[in-house]
Write a protein that binds this ligand. Structure first.
Ligand SMILES: [Zn+2]
Length: 236
């Protein structure tokens, strides 16, 4: 007896280089089952459900064995997702952009394959607080963001920072943040001066993000617009 399960539907395999490590990973496009998952999440309008669907779809479509979507930095996962979308739904996406002169919304086709992950000027993951004290940061994962989404406001900002501290060094003494309680980390961050805190914020402001520059002439007034799109949300 032959089984439908064994019928080869000729699903192609693609490759991409993971932005943070440049490591090559293999993936297949979304199938109908994954598109269903995404549609349901979009309809729910729930941020946590969206993150879960995004992770699940990426995890199912990635064929390389050694990739754990739970551990990927947000920009790595977003990059994978956009590549997946490009290969599954279409290489371009239509988005509405406002002309800088008259605010008229222009419908523009964006090339999803041209989206890059770019790091801001002066970005560094080592933050020197004093001559001897500093913090080593790591990029937040979607799981970090997910727990933060539940506690919005100032606490949310603090939680993002706390979740992104890898180590704190004090001279030769290196303290692994995972061995310290969240309370203690929060207390440490609260003791920073305003200028030290700015350095921490700079880490987030300049951290790698999806970027693409779109050029178009406004259909109404003809003004030439060069718009920089940043972050996954700006491509939907
Ligand atoms: Zn215009």
């Amino acid at each position: 007896m032959s089984s439908l399960k064994n019928i080869d539907l000729g699903t192609p395999t693609y490759r991409l280089a993971l932005p943070s490590t440049k490591k090559e990973i293999k993936f297949r496009p979304f199938l109908v089952k994954e598109e269903k998952l995404l549609m349901q999440a979009i309809e729910s309008k729930d941020e946590v459900a969206m993150i879960d669907a995004l992770k699940k779809v990426c995890s199912q479509c990635i064929e390389s064995k050694d990739v754990d979507v739970n551990k990927l930095a947000t920009f790595d996962l977003e990059f994978i997702f956009m590549q997946l979308r490009a290969k599954s739904v279409g290489e371009t996406a239509k988005i509405g952009l406002k002309c800088k002169k008259d605010d008229v919304v222009n419908e523009i086709e964006v090339d999803l394959g041209a989206i890059k992950v770019e790091t801001g000027k002066g970005h560094t993951s080592t933050i020197k607080l004093t001559d001897t004290v500093g913090i080593e940061m790591k990029y937040p994962t979607y799981d970090d963001i997910k727990s933060i989404t539940k506690t919005k406001g100032t606490d949310g900002v603090f939680n993002t920072i706390i979740a992104s501290i890898k180590t704190i060094y004090n001279g030769d003494d290196v303290i692994d943040a995972s061995t310290v309680s969240a309370e203690e980390l929060k207390d440490f961050v609260e003791r920073l001066t305003a200028s030290q805190f700015k350095l921490v914020q700079k880490f987030f402001d300049t951290m790698p993000k999806l970027t693409s520059t779109v050029s178009y002439e406004c259909k109404k007034c003809g003004t030439k617009n060069d718009q920089v799109l940043e972050g996954m949300a700006s491509f939907f």
